[in-house]
Design a protein around this ligand. Structure first.
Ligand code: HEC
Ligand SMILES: [Cu+2]
Length: 360
């Protein structure tokens, strides 16, 4: 009685297992479908991002970024082939699954060969190829070439000081360079570690206090290329943007000679009053306007602030209204920023804004 009972129970159990495995296979198929759909959507989004106007590192506009993009595509290609291979093997295994009551097992030898080829030989070959390519790119990237121009960049919480040592120009958040020329950037940081990144021109370079990193930026053509701090550096890390403006040689030379000028006294009485407000309130304690008594350096040099397209490291567009907002509502426009909001009566504010707007 008892052994027969166990046999029947065993049969019922096996039937149940088989039914469950069929259901499992259907469910698995649906899950696979959903995963593939997700993959397809992500891939489409990636390609769309690479083709749009967004500052994508897959849309390189200079030799350094091109090297990085080439390496990226090779890696993505190899990873894609391996992914397809794994999916194919997985699909094969799912479709040719052994039944629970199947008693024949392939000998251990074929399994060993498979594991050795797929688990040891293939990874060693693939990783060696990728490592060689990476080392070559790194060598090309760090090879020193004579530069056409030297620029000093000092990262602060949360803005970029930009100096042209050969001409004495000091500006902020906007690095003008001649297109098609090698520009050597010496990067440093004043407070914490920041990272200099212009996806379309150059990969990320850490800027570390007390340690100067030099690297070469080159833009193939004139254009405006967005940069961003790429190392979390505090509350306003996200609002620590900058641009590289690549221009023709003539435009760049004209820009540099304009920026080298100190303040030219204005005949406009509103601007003259504004300068007095600027020198008489806290502003001069942190900012420089070359040609005036304001020579402090804890904030950006404002001698030509109105020539920059944005203020606050990308936070606001440069307009008279935004200058007023920036000065009076500093802490709500960019909370935590190292500049206090300043209360000014309306006439003083108007004069101050007129002065700031005149700093072309
Ligand atoms: C305690 C120092 C301090 C004082 C005082 C101060 N600022 Fe600033 N200012 C800064 C710092 C730091 C920044 C950079 C903020 C950032 O973008 O993170 C800045 C940015 C600016 C900018 C934007 C510059 C740019 O290119 O992005 C303007 C304009 C400006 N300040 C004007 C003023 C005026 C006008 C006053 C006086 C009412 C003033 N500041 C007082 C420290 C100060
Ligand atoms: Cu930063």
């Amino acid at each position: 009685m008892l052994p027969g009972g166990v046999g029947e129970m065993g049969l019922a159990f096996r039937k149940r297992v088989r039914a469950r495995s069929v259901r499992g296979r259907v469910r698995c198929g649906r899950r696979l479908q959903r995963r593939l759909l997700w993959l397809l959507t992500s891939a489409t989004a990636l390609v769309a991002a690479a083709c749009s106007n967004s500052p994508s590192s897959l849309d390189p506009k200079g030799p350094s970024a091109s090297r990085i993009a080439d390496l990226w595509w090779i890696m993505a290609g190899i990873a894609g082939v391996i992914f397809l291979l794994v999916v194919a093997l997985l699909t094969y295994a799912l479709l040719h699954r052994r039944q629970p009551d199947e008693t024949h097992f392939p000998g251990p030898a074929s399994g060993h060969v498979f594991i050795l080829a797929g688990g040891v030989v293939l990874p060693v070959v693939v990783l060696s190829v990728l490592m060689t390519l990476t080392i070559k790119s790194l060598k090309d990237e760090t090879a020193s070439h004579p530069a056409d121009l030297a620029v000093q960049v000092i990262a602060h919480d949360w803005w970029w000081e930009v100096r042209y040592p050969q001409s004495g120009v000091v500006t902020a958040n906007e690095i003008h360079v001649p297109a098609g020329r090698r520009v050597q950037i010496s990067g440093d940081a004043a407070d914490v570690i920041h990272s200099f990144w212009v996806p379309q021109l150059i990969g990320k370079y850490d800027l570390i206090p007390g340690q100067t990193h030099t690297f070469t930026v080159e833009a193939d053509r004139p254009g405006v290329y967005r940069g961003q701090c790429a190392e979390y550096c505090g509350l306003q890390h996200a609002n620590m943007a900058f641009v590289i403006v690549a221009e023709s040689d003539a435009d760049f030379a004209a820009w540099l000679s304009r920026q080298a000028q100190p303040l030219v006294a204005s005949a406009d009485p509103a601007v003259q009053r504004g300068l007095q407000v600027f020198l008489g309130s806290s502003c001069a304690a942190c900012h420089t306007v070359r040609g005036t008594a304001a020579t402090a350096t804890s904030g950006p040099d404002l001698t030509h602030v109105a020539s920059r397209s944005r203020i606050g490291a990308g936070t606001l567009e440069t307009t008279p209204g935004n200058f007023a907002r920036w000065v009076t509502e500093t802490q709500s426009v960019k909370p935590g920023v190292n500049m206090p909001s300043t209360d000014l009566d309306p006439t003083a504010l108007d004069a101050l804004v007129a002065f700031l707007v005149s700093l072309k």
